[in-house]
Design a protein around this ligand. Structure first.
Ligand SMILES: [Zn+2]
Length: 237
């Protein structure tokens, strides 16, 4: 029953093979990561069930999971919405990342294998390719995934869970508050960080990560909230 191929990009309403819960979860999360689903977008159970071909009960399960992770807000009697972090919550996301990630970078620099360094460079190359294509959704998603990858390499499951939660939340924050033409992570900073990790220089890796997070936060403009454009089909396109 689970689909293995990429669903068609068309927005037709013809019936198709039902998606599994995991796929629906992954698709909503990806749509958030790629900024294709604006914060504040209402996620109508009925329409999600229609478009995806699964029951409303299953859709509700997926929405509950996403709500637990902070990506979706459930409002009694109104339904589910893509979370729309307030300025305070946005600042909290970055405060938390600044607390966690420099130490995460330091830990990895102490134990990184050549294969891990190669994998990090490979990931940065994907980011570079997306930049060349000017593929903004991919740039933003890959930038977030880089940080999750670092957590995975450290091998601390709790840290991985936290980063998997913080990365999409950061995407929401960037969607709401970034200045035009300042997408995601400044490119060379991931390279600088990998250099420090490769050199097993923990202090430099931690400093690179801190500076990097400060740069991302500095591109945000908390004075402006952008209008959300509701587009449920964007999840499955
Ligand atoms: Zn980054």
């Amino acid at each position: 029953m689970p689909r293995t191929s990429t669903p068609p990009a068309s927005r037709s309403t013809e019936p198709r093979t039902p998606y599994s819960n995991e796929e629906i979860y992954a698709r909503i999360q990806k749509a958030v990561l790629e900024h294709r689903l604006a914060p504040g977008t209402k996620l109508i159970e009925e329409r999600l069930a229609d478009v995806s071909g699964v029951s409303r009960t299953k859709i509700r399960e997926v929405l509950n999971k996403l709500a637990h992770e902070g990506l979706v807000t459930l409002v009694p009697n109104r339904g589910a919405f893509i979370a729309s972090p307030s300025v305070e919550q946005a600042r909290d996301v970055f405060v938390t990342r600044r607390m966690i990630e420099p130490e995460m970078a330091r830990l990895l620099s102490e134990q990184a294998t050549p294969a891990q360094v190669r994998a990090l460079r490979k990931h940065v190359k994907l980011e570079g390719d997306a930049r060349k294509r000017n593929d903004r959704p991919a740039i933003i998603r890959l930038s977030g995934e880089f940080h999750v990858l670092v957590a995975e390499m450290v091998g601390n499951e709790i840290l991985v869970r936290m980063m998997r939660e913080l990365a999409p939340l950061t995407c929401l924050v960037i969607t709401l508050y970034d200045k035009p033409n300042a997408p995601a992570c400044p490119h060379h900073e991931h390279d600088d960080l990998i250099d420090a990790i490769e050199a097993h220089d923990g202090a430099r890796a931690a400093a690179c990560m801190l500076e990097h997070l400060q740069h991302i936060e500095a591109t945000l403009n908390f004075g402006v909230i952008k209008e959300a454009s509701p587009d449920i089909e964007a999840i499955f396109s």
